[in-house]
Ligand binder design. Structure first.
Ligand code: NZQ
Ligand code: ZN
Length: 388
């Protein structure tokens, strides 16, 4: 195990009816609140009214920024930054999925920075301060509710980039599983794939002698697998939704499950290049990329892949070689994604070879990606070709 420092400042308020605590959670931060949300799901479910009532109960002045796109755009983030400045915003409240939370974090950092917020995404500047923000989460997927990361698309430049900072962790996140009852089937599937992918990025590591971290990863994967189909069959099953929500949060909350380990993140880098050009949902892109990445790299540490097959998918070793086990685990992953309805190929989105070279080039813009196996431009291109 490597040396590590772990700090996570986000307060989690979990359970049915916890939106009733929202006013009290915001009050210490000031009176003028930027309420950030997406294209209307929170109005259809009634959450918008509940949130507005909470804000009213503390006498807050509310400034609204709606229409955050899935795969949120830099232009929208800049509108939010403008509102923070012109309206003297004290606190940013994100109500929605990962896109709304990420946009809010970018607004929070940009509002306290004199330069262009895109600098943070291009590694040209480091975040030194941010407006405080908090979240009411409505979709289990990204972990954005308990991490400092934001992913934003610069649509004009066809770039999708991320930043991570201790200053952009939500001050609190309200996690009420009932708020995810209305998540449509395809978004639930995308969320399941995203949660599992976050664990994969940490679990497939060259770091040895980390038995607790391995088991934390494996137990999150098993819990997601057990609950995904229950939630898909019965979207209002509270326990299944609650389990998925907790898994999503723990899978990517600043790396708790993989402290002392190197992480990979190449598949996320590759997926972001696909969504940067084609604007496909993040989880769907991961479903296409991840099993191909696995096939491409499993030889780097076949024992970890064999262990994955045995412990996560319950594949019996019998007389199987490590390689047979590894391949069986990868097949089980693809079969599960297919069973829940996640796509397997780029052609599902009519994506052909046209832009693979650009994606491969952009994926390694700041150097080779991944740690399990360092991938250069040719490696990324090969994985994309496998995904066609
Ligand atoms: O816009 P609204 O009306 O809210 O509808 C959204 C959106 O259309 C809908 N939705 C959300 N909650 C709902 C609901 N519909 C009905 N009922 C509800 N309760 O779902 C659609 C997708 O929402 P979005 O926020 O885009 O999904 P997700 O949470 O999967 O976020 C994806 C974004 O997060 C980034 C992705 O790249 C992508 O841009 N990521 C952020 C990470 C982070 N901050 O740590 C890590 C991830 O790896 C990921 O890259
Ligand atoms: Zn992800």
């Amino acid at each position: 195990m490597q040396a590590f420092t772990y700090q996570n400042p986000t307060k989690i308020v979990f359970g049915k009816g916890t939106v009733a605590q929202l006013g009290g959670l915001i009050e210490p931060f000031g009176k003028t609140v930027l309420l950030v949300y997406g294209s209307g799901s929170i109005k259809r479910t009634g959450l918008y009214d509940e949130v507005k009532n909470q804000l009213e109960s503390i006498g807050a002045t509310v400034v609204e920024l709606s229409g955050i796109e899935p795969n949120p755009r830099l232009s929208t983030v800049n509108r939010g930054i403008g509102l923070c400045r012109s309206e003297g915003v004290d606190f940013i409240l994100a109500v929605g999925g990962g896109s709304v939370l990420d946009a809010s974090k970018a607004i929070a950092a940009g509002a306290r920075y004199d330069g262009d917020v895109w600098d943070f995404f291009m590694h040209k500047a480091k975040i030194g301060d941010a407006l405080p923000m908090g979240a009411v989460l409505t979709l289990s997927a990204t972990g954005s509710e308990m991490n400092g990361n934001a992913v934003v698309s610069n649509w004009e430049a066809k770039q999708k980039r991320s930043f991570g900072s201790i200053h952009t962790y939500p001050r609190f996140s309200i996690l009420d599983p009932t708020l995810t009852f209305s998540v449509p089937r395809d978004q639930t599937v995308n969320g399941v794939v995203d949660i599992m992918s976050h664990v994969f990025e940490q679990y497939f590591s060259l770091t040895t002698d980390v038995p607790l971290q391995e088991r934390l990863c494996e137990s999150i994967l098993q819990t997601v697998i057990e609950n995904a189909e229950i939630a898909l069959e019965n979207p209002e099953n509270y326990e299944a939704r609650a389990n998925l929500m907790l898994c999503g949060t723990l899978a990517l909350n600043g790396g708790l499950i993989s402290v002392g380990m190197t992480n990979d993140w190449a598949s996320h880098g590759i997926e972001h290049e696909i969504s940067a050009i084609y604007d496909i949902p993040h989880g769907a892109g991961l479903s296409i990329v991840f099993p191909n990445w696995m096939k491409y790299v499993y030889n780097e540490r076949i024992d970890r892949f064999a262990q994955y097959a045995e412990r996560v998918w319950g594949i019996e070793r019998g007389a199987k070689s490590d390689e047979e086990m590894a391949l069986a685990g990868i097949s089980a992953t693809r079969a599960f994604f297919t069973r829940i309805g996640a796509p397997a190929t780029l052609s599902f989105y009519d994506i052909g070879e046209e832009h693979l070279d650009v994606m491969a080039r952009e994926a390694v813009l700041f150097g080779p990606i991944g740690n399990f196996k360092k991938l250069n431009r040719d490696d990324v291109k090969e994985i994309l070709v496998m995904a066609l």
